[in-house]
Design a protein around this ligand. Structure first.
Ligand code: FES
Length: 138
C-alpha cells in the first residue's frame, strides 16, 4: 500500500468515527440524557403491526414512544429512551412498570423513577381510545 493510499484510508476512518460520535451526541440534550419527543399519532388497532396492543400486557414502539396495554386493559405511553443513558425500556406487565436492562432503572406506569440510576422521569403521553383508533399525544 502506498503512503498516500494509507493516509487516505486512515483519514476516512477517522472521519467515520467522528461523524458517528457527533450523531450519537446529537441524540442527547445538554444534561446528557436522551431527548423526549413531542408526538401526535394514531394507531389503528385493527392493523397487524399494532396487534400487540390487542392483548393485555402487550406493548410496541412508535416514534420514540413505548405504548403499552396494562393487565387491566388501560393504554399507557411514555418515552422509550431511558433517561440514564438512552437504552430502550421494556414494559413489565406483571409489575405494571417500565424497565431498563442496561443498569436496572425502573419507571412507574406514568414514567416516574422508582429505581435508579436514572434520576429523571420518562415523559408521559396521553392515550385516547376512539373505537379501534388509539391516539397518542404529548
Ligand atoms: S441506560 Fe437505562 S439504566 Fe442506564
Amino acid at each position: 500500500m502506498e503512503r498516500k493510499e494509507f493516509l487516505a484510508l486512515v483519514g476516512t476512518s477517522i472521519a467515520a468515527i467522528t461523524i458517528g460520535s457527533c450523531l450519537d451526541a446529537c441524540k442527547k440534550n445538554n444534561n446528557n440524557t436522551p431527548t423526549q419527543p413531542t408526538v401526535d399519532f394514531t394507531l389503528d388497532l385493527n392493523s397487524s403491526s399494532n396487534a400487540a396492543l390487542n392483548t393485555n400486557g402487550g406493548y410496541l414502539y412508535n416514534s420514540g414512544v413505548i405504548v403499552a396495554r396494562t393487565l387491566s386493559g388501560a393504554y399507557i405511553a411514555v418515552s422509550q429512551a431511558c433517561t440514564h443513558q438512552g437504552t430502550t425500556v421494556v414494559y413489565q406487565s406483571n409489575n405494571n412498570n417500565f424497565y431498563c436492562s442496561s443498569h436496572g432503572s425502573v419507571f412507574s406506569s406514568s414514567g416516574g423513577v422508582t429505581t435508579g440510576p436514572a434520576s429523571s422521569s420518562l415523559k408521559q403521553y396521553t392515550c385516547t381510545l376512539s373505537g379501534t383508533s388509539l391516539h397518542v399525544k404529548g
